[in-house]
Design a protein around this ligand. Structure first.
Ligand SMILES: [Cu+2]
Length: 644
């Protein structure tokens, strides 16, 4: 079945040409956004293997901004300054590149509220929170007892929690050095519930739930009647550990795990959670100090479903499910089985009735398996090949991406019949409707997030650009409007109206309120100080000069810290700082911000430094020199001739 499906997929994108764009005749005018106008929506797309989050306007498809998260980013200085390096700290040390998959907005009453957006680091499991007032990553929490943090971070109805499910089950606790072929005995999964403080946004790993050794893939929170529940899709119910493409495709059905997080809170309050040792980093960027801290945590609370009746149930779901999507009413839960021939739609009320009536078909590790038919609302028949992920338009329709047959299929939530289908070019993974996984979708567009773009774009060597496609869904039929290239692989995305974001934006950081330990509040406080082998330069930047701009008395072997404060209190006037030969060669300073560049000069000489961010007509003149002398030199430390 799998080989067949893959062959069919190859055939599909092999023979669809690019000769006709497939776009509507008036598409250009429908995506045109005049100079000076905002797009109606802004889409936050995962950069996939880039580890970043990129922001595009809709309907224009214009790239607007890249927000660095799990990877260093020279455009923002992210991960290069002493202030931001701790954000990429983990229990494995500094990891400057990860793989980001699923962005998810914070929600209030089930609607994206524009406070924060969360995204996962998949490789070395982490969850990040990005503050949408600054468009910067404010916090990163590592997830212990996990491998491949895939089914995350999905937000509950009022952002009570974001979740993180392990893709790779792993041996854990005091039993980790075990033969890989002891998978079935020793490997376990976890799903994690991360509490979000409503005032500060700060994340805390509240508890983990020990799960059977499957691969947990995606998740979505319940809403309305299903508010208390979180649903996680899983594959590899076979618990295979080799050649999963065949070995994990044996069972007719895998599972969606339905987790009652309210019950979990009760069990935690009753002391049913066991503290287990775990080592994981918690990194917070504090905007009042312009400085990140990284703390290492040592323990986590673990619930075992076999001791906690009513906590977890398994819904049999054909076949290797990926998507796990809850409709705006909170009553329907849609599974997307990559190898399935139907789309199963579960009913929340039928599921709870089946649980009440104990309509179970056995259990896995003490977790009851709910009878499939008893929980089913219906199946979408002949939807296409490779149903992957479903979102909703808020008008009674669902849209499912079909990976293998490269199309979007629209179907009715009333009778589960297909009402429309359009091709995507090619191999769509996730799709996204603005607010399409919330209680109130803005159901005007659907965006296809495509994996492959053969024959669609200018050839660029062995790798072609990644791409997204925008379709109008305001009428009965979907209409292709445009293609646009994307950065990295656009796994999943979220979009929100511009109006929700624009009023919240921070313009400058008040300089007099800065709590940075190395802030320089005015040019009168600038100086250089020696502390043994360290030289600390307290420098300011303002249009169009640095103070000091001549430094002497640094010696080879010294470690120099440039603590540069941008004194500007004017919106959109950053300065840069760069010095020749620095391993972290540049940084960027927002108005009112202090950042630190660490520099170890390797040879004697005079080193130019300059502002690397165009700031005024005299930006080019914003420069200076550092003289570095041989070890043992008697040149006194001085700045602009003032000896220290
Ligand atoms: Cu400048």
């Amino acid at each position: 079945m799998l080989a067949l499906a893959v062959a069919a997929g190859a055939l599909f994108y092999g023979c669809q040409g690019n000769k006709e764009s497939g776009a509507a005749g008036d598409a250009a005018s429908r995506v045109y956004v005049a100079p000076g106008s905002y797009d109606e929506f802004y889409a936050f797309m995962s950069g996939g293997f880039s580890g970043q989050l990129s922001v595009y306007g809709l309907p224009s498809g214009r790239l607007f901004r890249v927000i660095p998260v799990f990877s260093q980013d020279p455009e923002k200085g992210w991960g290069y300054t002493e202030e931001t390096i701790p954000m990429l700290n983990t229990s494995h040390g500094f990891i400057p590149w990860d793989d980001a998959h699923h962005p998810e907005f914070s929600m209030t009453d089930g609607v994206p509220d524009g406070r924060w957006i969360f995204i996962n680091g998949n490789n070395t499991p982490r969850i990040a929170r990005i503050d949408l007032a600054t468009f910067r990553t404010a916090e990163i929490l590592e997830i212990p007892n996990s491998g491949g943090n895939h089914s995350s971070p999905f937000t509950t109805e009022n952002t009570e929690y974001v979740v993180a499910g392990t893709r790779f089950s792993v041996p854990m606790f005091d039993n980790q050095d075990v033969p890989i072929d002891s998978y079935k005995q020793n490997f376990k999964g976890t799903v994690s519930f991360i509490k979000v403080d409503q005032a500060s946004g700060h994340m805390k790993l509240a508890f983990q739930i020990l799960m059977p050794g499957f691969d947990y893939d995606l998740a979505h929170a319940g809403k309305g009647p299903s508010h208390d529940w979180m649903f996680f899709s899983s594959y590899n119910s076979e618990q295979a550990n080799t050649m999963l493409e065949a070995e994990a495709s044996q069972n007719d059905k895998d599972f969606i795990a339905a987790v009652n997080w309210k019950k979990a809170e009760e069990y935690v309050a009753q002391g049913k959670a066991r503290p287990v040792p775990a080592r994981y980093a918690h990194n917070v960027y504090d905007e009042s100090r312009h400085l990140a801290t990284s703390d290492m945590l040592e323990s986590v609370l673990m619930l075992d479903p076999k001791d906690c009746p009513g906590l977890v149930y398994l819904l049999p779901t054909p076949k290797s499910p990926h998507g796990c999507d809850v409709d705006p009413s909170g009553e329907l839960i849609v599974g997307g089985g990559k190898l399935a021939t139907v789309i199963p739609v579960f009913s929340f009320s039928k599921m709870t009735a089946a649980i009440e009536a104990q309509k179970f078909d056995g259990n896995v590790a003490g977790i009851p398996i709910v009878n499939y038919a008893a929980a089913l609302a219906g199946e979408v028949q002949k939807p296409g090949l490779g149903p992957l992920h479903t979102e909703f338009d808020g008008k009674g329709f669902a849209y499912t991406s079909m990976f293998v047959s490269s199309e979007i299929v629209k179907w009715s939530l009333k009778d589960f019949t297909v009402v429309d289908r359009v091709p995507s070019y090619y191999s769509i993974g996730h799709l996204m409707i603005p607010g399409g996984d919330s209680k109130k979708p803005w159901g005007k567009y659907v965006v296809a997030l495509n994996k492959i773009t053969k024959d669609r774009y200018l050839p660029t060597g062995p790798e072609l650009t990644q791409s997204a496609q925008l379709y109008d869904i305001s009428g009965d039929k979907m209409v292709l409007l445009s293609d646009f290239p994307t950065i990295g692989e656009p796994h999943y995305a979220q979009a929100i109206p511009a109006d929700v974001l624009r009023e919240k934006s921070v313009k400058t950081f008040p300089i007099m309120e800065s709590k940075h330990p190395h802030v320089t509040l005015g040019e009168g406080e600038t100086r250089v100080e020696r502390k043994g082998g360290e030289v600390h330069v307290y420098m300011t930047a303002i249009r169009s000069h640095f103070k000091p701009d001549n430094i002497e008395g640094v010696k080879v072997g010294d470690v120099v810290y440039f603590h540069v404060t941008n004194l500007e209190q004017d919106w959109d006037i950053p300065h840069g700082f760069a010095i020749k030969g620095a391993a972290n060669s540049e940084m960027l300073l927002m108005p009112g911000e202090t950042q630190t560049l660490k520099w170890k000069p390797l040879t004697a000489g005079v080193y130019p430094m300059y502002c690397s961010d165009f700031c005024s007509a005299l930006h080019q003149e914003m420069q200076g020199y550092v003289r570095v002398s041989a070890p043992g030199s008697t040149v006194p430390l001085s700045s602009n001739g003032l000896k220290k």
